[in-house]
Ligand binder design. Sequence first.
Ligand code: CA
Length: 232
Amino acid sequence: MRILVVEDEQRIADFVQRGLESAGYTVDVAEDGTKALERIHDSDYELMVLDLMLPDMDGLTVLEKTRARQASPPVLILSARGGVDDRVKGLEHGADDYLVKPFAFVELLARVRALLRRGQATPEKLVVGDLTLDCIRRKVTRGGDVIDLAPKEFSILEYLMRNRGRALSRTMIVEHVWEMEYDGLTNIVDVYIRHLRSKIDDRYPVKLIHTVRGIGYMLEGSERPVEQPIPA
Ligand code: CA
């Protein structure tokens, strides 16, 4: 799944790119309208995430020119302009959805998935050991037991499962699940991990969520020790 992110503000472009890549998508970034149109012309994208205020042209112009092509991907507009008029204008110009900045990454991911799903009905299910997470029905089971998770717990678990076997720092988890401007409160991650463990691990002999000392957390189904020794 290739996604084109058109965004001139590097911090946001990086944030969106990193997040979408860890959700398993291939992401290209274009920092202005001209580059965006070149990329759209040269390769096939399943989705375009489009900022409206670009240095060289209005995002709506990019949208119009993209829509003029025969095969044109769905477009999700990202904009600081959140007024009703702006949204309507974006949708009238052929955008498929509209997200106002600042936004939480989970919100963006949900919109991206919804737009990509329109094209093809691929059920998204993540499985690690006897733990299953159904991204569409938003249902989690372990060994056949249905487990109820709060939305943030679900998002953290999904992120861990998509990155199974990979240590994720608290900062990565915060940036992925909470508002992008969420600084200095990474210990909230520990609180949520504790809740998650009480629901998906405590009652089961094989523990799936592992603490990686000095880094953060990792989800792994195997029983090999995953905690890294810290050099003295
Ligand atoms: Ca901009």
